[in-house]
Ligand binder design. Sequence first.
Ligand code: IPD
Length: 279
Amino acid sequence: MADPWQNEYDFAVQVARAAGAVIRKAGEEEIKVQTKSSTVDLVTKTDERVEKIIIGSLKEGFGDGTHCFIGEESVSKGEPVILTDKPTWIIDPVDGTTNFVHGFPFVAVSIAFAVNKELEFGVVYSCLEDKMYKARKGKGAFCDDEQIQVSDVKDIHKSIIISEHGTDRSVEKVTKIFSTMQKILCIPVHGLRGSGTAATNMCLVASGAVEAFFEIGIHLWDIAAGVVIVREAGGLVLDVDGGPFDLMSRRMMSANNNVIAQRIIKEIEIFPVERDDAP
Ligand code: IPD
């Protein structure tokens, strides 16, 4: 049977590539920075412009009213996060805004597509590296045209783990984050890393460059596309307590296998965050 979402998938790849070109160009010009939830939660005109371009193009292609859209910048302007059974696009126009502002070379466009609340495909365009990661449910994960796979490392001592500290700088949370990182580092693992974009971090798990990436405090638009890419590359996505992954919970552990995931989970100090679908 023909894939019902093939057109949407192909279109998402084209739109992500075009959006990435706009971001690259904008990075050559002066970047005006504003802040959102805190003084370290940055946003630029480019985030807003690129989200408008992406949603505008998707509406031109599929704008018969049957599709819904959840975009980082629309939500920060007050739109609610509601995931229904309808075909829904989940968009982070610029994942790694802080990197973009500083010229740190990892910035991604992340576009995911869900139907009946199930993620169908994900596209992450790491636009400064010019790498297109994509995965369609049941059809494998790819970087450009090469199929990618998670690493086969099962020994935690031979692993590299990614985590991020997000944008909440309350001493309580930062202390828990660094205490977790310290415990993981002292297992010991080969290394701890962080690219500054959750979407790219997940692609690094998917392509076998690292064994796991986890974070508490991410939003669904940061990771929705990456979830499909990790799963299709043979990895798994769980809650940070080892339970089932919940897209709205703002907690996520992605790993190459369950041995690595469970070993890291043992060390994670969990702190509360408000869900993305909180009223
Ligand atoms: C951020 C990045 C970062 C992660 C933060 C996210 P943004 O997304 O993905 O890696 O640590 O939690 O908010 O704000 O640059 O789209």
